[in-house]
Design a protein around this ligand. Structure first.
Ligand code: SAM
Length: 332
């Protein structure tokens, strides 16, 4: 990616305009953001600097950044224009790139909802961008505020926290939607890894999408992808199944439905169900199915067990270590 495509500027001071924002050009209409496109102001920043620039009609750099990201080219070479109906359009490498703009209400700028991945064990596995976003937002919506408070303290970040978990997500999504509409930037985190991946957040993101609020993902750790990357099983096509049903009969039914799947399967499982699940897997998928248990990823006791479903099921009954800590099951 060219230097012109960088999405955030750690050294930018509060209120400082972006390079694109300084140029003369078509100002972005108040209330409009380019959904799904990068924005010079979308990265870590003083929360007010972006809001200020947006309110003052600072021109969006969406076309250049989108085209840059798509084509990996220098943004200065990309022609751009606004289509008659307000759709956002640019070209790069001879290709036309379009994005939909979303309205958030006349005369009012909504905040941004950042969906921020946090480590799955190793505290060093957080991105610089995540830290800067978490330090800059008005509020962090966290699955467990105590846990996230401790995590943020490790990074020297102090920011208001609001609990958002599976039992209060509907109410909290409404509260946060209103705060976003009022102009507050919000970061959503879960206890570990990427929010919404077998974690809360879907209702909030979906409500925000419905209101035309801009969602910015801040990518990072995810146990499923981390496991896949080291399992040594085919990764060209895979299916993320999340958690299997907890009850034995329902779990076996689901495994029966999946038995003919040819893509690599990824399951999350709790340590105390691991032995049973592996036994069901060997029964329903066949004893010889290539299987990997990725345990305690990124942590001190990280270990990967590779074998057939039957071998790992047998091992789980005799090796207590296998059934300790968090694990991902990958089956080819
Ligand atoms: N949102 C998280 C993510 O992005 O991976 C997943 C949250 S889900 C509630 C928790 C499950 O993820 C665990 O039961 C386990 O299956 C898996 N997991 C999380 N951290 C892990 C780790 N360090 N090693 C292995 N599996 C892990």
């Amino acid at each position: 990616m060219s230097a012109g495509c960088r999405l955030f500027h750690p050294r930018r001071r509060q209120g400082q305009r972006t390079r694109q924002g300084d140029r003369q050009g078509h100002p972005r209409s108040p209330g409009q953001v380019a959904e799904g496109t990068p924005d010079r102001l979308s990265g870590p920043r003083g929360a007010r600097s972006a809001a200020t620039a947006r309110r003052s009609g600072g021109r969006s750099s969406w076309q250049r950044d989108l085209a840059c990201l798509s084509a990996g080219m220098d943004d200065r070479r990309i022609p751009r224009r606004r289509t008659p109906r307000g759709a956002l359009q640019g070209t790069a490498g001879g290709r036309t790139i379009r994005a939909r703009s979303t309205s958030v209400g006349v005369g009012q700028m909504a905040g941004i909802l950042y969906v921020v991945a946090t480590p799955i064990g190793n505290l060093a596995d957080i991105t610089e961008r995540a830290r800067q976003v978490l330090a800059s937002v008005a509020v962090v919506a966290a699955e467990d505020t105590r846990h996230t408070g401790q995590l943020l303290a490790q990074y020297g970040i102090s920011v208001p926290l609001l609990a958002l978990h599976e039992h209060n997500e509907v109410d909290r999504a409404d509260t946060l939607r209103r705060r976003l509409q009022g102009g507050d930037d919000v970061a959503l985190v879960s206890d570990a890894g990427t929010p919404l991946i077998s974690d809360p957040g879907y209702r909030l993101v979906s409500a925000a999408v419905g209101e035309g609020i801009r969602i910015v993902p801040i990518p990072g750790a995810c146990a499923a992808i981390t496991a896949l990357s080291a399992a040594g099983l085919p990764t060209d096509r895979f299916v993320f199944e999340g958690f299997l049903p907890h009850k034995g009969a329902a779990r076996r039914t689901r495994l029966e439905e999946l038995a003919a799947e040819t893509r690599t399967l990824v399951f999350y499982e709790s340590p105390h169900r691991l032995a049973e699940t592996l036994q069901d897997l060997a029964t329903k998928f066949g004893a010889d199915r290539s299987t990997v248990i990725a345990r305690e990823l990124t942590k001190v006791h990280e270990s990967l067990y590779r074998g057939t479903a039957a071998q790992l099921a047998a091992l789980a009954t005799v090796d207590a270590n296998l059934s300790r800590g968090e694990c991902v099951i990958v089956v080819a």
